[in-house]
Design a protein around this ligand. Structure first.
Ligand code: PRP
Length: 207
């Protein structure tokens, strides 16, 4: 599985703001929005393009557009904070939604919402979720996509734990990961260390 860490200084400064426990919700959401723009920019580097003829005010030339814009799939709740930035860079894209909440005791994801096209053969998908901890949530989401025929999944996240990366890599699914960091480890509550806390709570408040 290909894992790309976006180590650009501007991406790392937004990640630093998100890690800092003193950052309030508004500033956290702003940093996530800006960082997502950079993650999408990096992920889109390999997107196929097509050329088409156009006229500038001076002369005819050729333009470039995405040949096959991806479906965007934010994983609720925390992925919602990445949705607007991704759609801003990819205005041609459609959006699907998956709602997952991790059980506090078993750490397994509980699905409470799913709104995806029935058929995803030939459609690349960008999954948006700030955190890959155990990897259970993203594995569940990516399996939903693969069941619908998707063969090209890119996971965009802010932070990943090595255990989550290993779990995704071992699943045999057609996916790659673009992240701003691979952190040290998980603690006994399956939180990423050093991490940034709970990305859903830090954006939207505790439930
Ligand atoms: C968080 C996070 C991921 C998941 C990661 O969501 O946004 O979806 O946990 O953990 P995993 O890799 O161990 O599955 P959470 O379940 O806290 O829901 P929320 O987005 O509503 O806060």
């Amino acid at each position: 599985m290909d894992v790309h860490v976006v180590d650009h200084p501007l991406a790392q400064s937004r990640l630093t703001a998100m890690r800092d426990a003193r950052t309030d919700s508004a500033a956290f959401r702003a940093a996530l929005h800006e960082l997502t723009t950079m993650l999408v920019y990096e992920a889109a580097r390999s997107f196929p393009v097509e050329r088409y003829p156009l006229q500038t005010p001076v002369a005819p030339t050729e333009g470039t557009r995405l040949a096959n814009p991806p479906l965007l799939v934010p994983v609720l709740r925390a992925g919602l904070g990445m949705a607007d930035a991704a759609l801003g860079l990819l205005p041609e894209s459609s959006m699907g939604f998956v709602g997952l909440a991790r059980d506090e005791h078993t750490f397994e994801p509980r699905a409470y919402m799913e709104s995806l096209p029935a058929e995803l053969a030939g459609i690349p998908v960008l999954v948006l979720d700030p955190m890959v901890a155990t990897g259970g949530s993203l594995l569940h989401c990516c399996q939903l996509l693969a069941e619908r025929g998707c063969t090209d999944i890119t996971v965009l996240c802010v932070l990943a734990a090595p255990a989550g990366i290993d779990r995704l890599a071992g699943a045999g699914l057609p996916l790659r990961v673009v992240t701003a960091s691979i952190d040290e480890r998980l603690n006994d509550r399956m939180f990423i260390v050093p991490g940034l806390g709970d990305a859903g709570d830090r954006q939207f408040g505790g439930m």
